[in-house]
Ligand binder design. Sequence first.
Ligand code: HEC
Ligand code: HEC
Length: 386
Amino acid sequence: MRGNSIRWLLAAGVLACAAAVGADQALAPAPLGLPALRVPADNPQTPEKIALGKKLFEDKRFSSTGEVACANCHMAEKAFTDGPLKVSEGINKLTGTRNAPTVINSAYMRSMFWDGRSPTLEDQALHPFVNPVEMGLKDHEPILRIVRSDPEYTRAFGRVFDKSGNKITMTEVTKAIAAFERTIISGNSPFDRYYFGHDAKALTPAQIRGLDLFVNKARCVSCHVIEQTQALFTDNRFHNVGVGINDIQDDAPALATEFLRAKATLSEVDVKVLSDKRTSELGRLAVTRSLEDIGSFKTPTLRNVAVTAPYMHDGSKATLRDVIVHYNNGGVTNEGDRVNDFLSSGIRPLNLTEDEIDDLVAFMEALTSPEFADLPKATEGGAGNG
Ligand code: HEC
Ligand code: HEC
C-alpha cells in the first residue's frame, strides 16, 4: 500500500506540474469528481519542489526530540491521519485537543484547521513545528540550521529556489511543503464514477438509497456540498453541530468572555486551542472573536471518511454510525439530551430508521478513492487514546 500510494502521489505531482502554466492558473486534469486545483502564483508546482516538500514533511529532525515529523500524524498509510488516535500525540507523547484531519484534498480548503485559523497551506505549515504539544521547537531556527547545512537540502534548495545559506528561510521551507501537499489530492471514488461518470453499477442499491437520503431527507448536502460537476463535500464554512460544546455549555459564555479579554495573537491561539481542552471547544470564536461562532467548526470533507476514523474535531465519535445517530438525535449523543444553546439551525432530529442509518453509512463508504480502498474500514471503531 505505502509504496503504491507514494508512487501514485509522485505521479500525480508530476502530472500537476506538467500542466501548470503561469500565474495562479488551474492545473489539469483533476481526478474525477474534483475541481481543477489552483496554485498560488508565487508557488508554482515543480517535480523537484514536490520531492523536497515530501522530504521536509517526513523529516523528524524538525522537532525538539528528533522523533516527530509532520508524517507522524499524517501518515500516508493511514490516509494521512493518525487513526485510531482520538487526539494527536506529539513530542514525548503529549496529547493535543483535536483529531488530526486528513491532508488529502486539504489543497482545496479555503482555510486550514478545524477553526480555520490559518488561511493557506503555506501558513499552516509554520505552526506545528513550534506548537509545544506537536513538534515542540522554541522557534524555527533549528530547522533553518539543518536546511542551510545538510548537503542534500542545500543542493535541493539551490536547485528549486536558487537560494543558499541565510537566503533560505521558512518561506521556502513552507512553500515546498505546500507544493507536496497539493499533490495529495484524490477523487474517483465509486460515488464519483456513479454520479459524475454515469456508471450505474458503481454503487450498490444500499449506497444509492444512502445518496438519496444524504441529499434529501437527511439534508447532509446542505453543508457537505455536492455540485453539478464536482463535490468537495464541504461548504468551507463553520457550524456548531453539537460536538464537544455540549459538555461545557454552562461555562461557555464565561469561558468565551475570559478568552476575548485575553486578546491573544493568532500564534498564541494556536498554542492555547491545542493545549487547553475547554478553550478548544470554543471553536471558530477563537478566530473571529464573535460569540455567534461559539462551538463552530469547519465542515470537513467526507471523501475517504470510511478510512479516517475516529470522527469530529475531538475524535469523540468512533464510527460513522455514531456520527449519524448524533445527527439523527438532533445534535446530541443520546436522544433527549439537552441541545446546546448555540446549535446550528441546520441541525434538527431527522427521524431516520435503522435501515436508513445503515444506508447512509453505506453511502459514505462509497466515498473512498481507489488509492486508499485497501485500508481497514472503520465500522467497528478502534482503540484510541483520550
Ligand atoms: C502531533 C501531530 C501533528 C503533527 C506533528 C502535525 N500535524 Fe497537522 N494537524 C494535526 C492536528 C491535530 C490538526 C488539527 C488541528 C486544529 O484544527 O486545531 C492538524 C491539521 C493540519 C492541516 C489542516 C487540514 C485541514 O484541512 O484543515 C494540515 C494541512 C496539516 N495539519 C499539515 C501538517 C504539516 C505540514 C505538518 C508539519 C509541519 C503537520 N501537519 C504536523 C496534527 C499534527
Ligand atoms: C449544518 C451543517 C452540517 C450538516 C447539516 C451536516 N454536517 Fe456533518 N459536519 C459538519 C461539521 C461542522 C462537522 C465538524 C463538527 C465538529 O467536529 O465539531 C461535521 C462532521 C461530520 C463528520 C465527521 C467527519 C470527520 O472527518 O471527522 C461526518 C462523517 C459527517 N459530518 C457526516 C454528516 C452526515 C451523514 C450528515 C447528514 C445526516 C451531516 N454530516 C450533516 C456540518 C454539517
